[in-house]
Design a protein around this ligand. Structure first.
Ligand SMILES: Cc1ncc(COP(=O)(O)O)c(C=O)c1O
Length: 413
């Protein structure tokens, strides 16, 4: 079931009309469906269940603690990319033994904090980082459970800003440096090398990219085992896409088949770091039309939500589906759906048809769960919008609006 459907002519998140939420919290706001979050987790877990996967939700996608808590209740761990995300995951109740620490620039302080907590795994992305991890672990008198993030030099069919698996990006250890890294993993006393990690990009719709990367990973495991390395873990990263406006996505079972076919019989523990796939379609950004501007050449519907609230269209040329909150079937005059921010890139939809929508009406920008609220800013002197969780027929605010007055307070101590 999708989380957002029309009931009695009005768009609902599960059983709650989003107009009821708007009346209480004001616009714009993000709304998430607890039911959909749980469904998404189960849909990811079940086709892989026989491999007993550790699914670490990549909390960068939406780091609200209430969202994390729902996924943690389902069994998810967390993939974190900073000390701040680590703090959030722990606060949300994620057990350290289900936390993976990713990222190219972990500071010695962040590494120490993670090791003190006894997290499941740290992924090293470079030789200097391996040395820093070993130094931090030695100072604490522990062994760091380590995976090496390898750069498999695989092109991912996605936006170039979120492709991470080719040589020349900052991510992972290149094949040319793997020999040195593997030697170091053996010689540095406080490293406990468990295996490899790979993450070739985000929002991948062609599962053949995963097939290529995971195939290379499997070859690496076999080759290094022959050389005496006891490799017991593979972390397959995240990256599974979801359909945005007008897109399609092959069923998740096809991805699971790729996993089974490439790395399923290596006898390794498997971890995954999905972000978008767990939360992307569980959220929406609800906004109101401030003005219906009829220019000489074009019509614009100017919303009270802007690129500071949802930056994906401006940053990745993403196109989210946009829906009227009040269901209507009348013909519509095409309009550009834009925000109020002083940038031409503050554009959510071009020549978009929104039947029945005019000044004062509510619209929903869909697929708003991933890399949406998490990437919001206060640009143009704007508040950070509230986030709301719907649980069947009830809702609650899980982050209140952070007003500009409050932000001024940050500056004035
Ligand atoms: C290391 C790592 N793991 C997991 C993810 C989550 O990716 P996605 O949200 O596409 O599943 C990312 C995001 O790009 C990442 O950089």
């Amino acid at each position: 079931m999708t989380a957002f459907t029309y009931r009695n002519g009005t768009l609902c998140a599960d059983a709650v009309p989003v107009s009821d939420i708007a009346a209480q919290v004001g616009t714009p706001f993000y709304v998430y469906s607890e039911t959909r979050l749980r469904e998404n987790y189960r849909a990811f877990y079940e086709p892989l269940a026989n491999l007993k996967p550790l699914i670490c939700y990549a909390i960068k996608a939406c780091a609200n603690t209430a969202v994390m808590r729902v996924l943690a209740e389902e069994g998810a761990g967390a993939d974190v990319t900073s000390g701040g995300e680590l703090e959030r995951a722990i606060h949300a109740g994620v057990k350290p033994e289900k936390i993976i620490f990713s990222g190219v620039g972990k500071t010695p302080e962040e590494i120490t904090a993670a090791l003190k907590l006894g997290i499941h795994q740290i992924n090293a992305e470079s030789i200097p980082e391996m040395r820093a991890i070993s130094a931090a672990a030695a100072a604490l008198g522990v062994h760091a459970p380590l995976c090496l993030r390898v750069n498999p030099n695989v092109a991912a069919h996605t936006h170039y800003k979120i492709a991470t698996g080719e040589m020349g990006t900052k991510f992972g250890i290149d094949a040319a440096q793997l020999e040195e890294a593997m030697g170091l993993a053996k010689s540095l006393p406080a490293l406990d090398l468990k295996g490899f990690q790979v993450h070739i990009g985000s929002h991948l719709y062609d599962y053949n990219n995963f097939r290529e990367a995971y195939g290379k990973l499997a070859d690496m495991v076999r080759a290094w085992r022959e050389r005496g390395y006891d490799l017991t873990r593979l972390d397959l990263g995240g990256g599974v896409g979801i359909p945005y406006d007008g897109q399609t996505q092959a069923p998740f079972s096809d991805y699971a088949a790729v996993v089974h076919g490439t790395v399923g019989n290596l006898g390794c523990e498997l971890a995954f770091e999905p972000g978008r796939r767990l939360v992307g379609d569980a959220g929406a950004l609800i906004a109101r039309v401030v003005y219906d501007k009829r220019g000489a050449a074009k019509r614009f519907l100017i919303l009270d939500a802007g690129m500071n609230d949802l930056i994906r269209p401006a940053m990745y040329e993403a196109r989210h589906s946009i829906m009227p909150v009040k269901e209507a079937s009348s013909d519509a005059v095409a309009a550009d759906i834009v925000g109020p921010v002083c940038e031409t890139s503050d554009l959510f939809g071009e020549a978009y048809l929104l039947p029945g929508v005019g000044q004062g009406d509510l619209v929903a920008i869909m697929q708003g769960g991933a890399y949406a609220a998490a990437m919001a800013s206060t640009y143009n002197g704007r508040a950070l919008v509230p986030e709301v969780m719907v649980s069947n027929s009830t809702f609650r605010v899980i982050r209140r609006r952070i007003t500009v007055a409050e932000q001024i307070g940050w500056e004035e101590g």
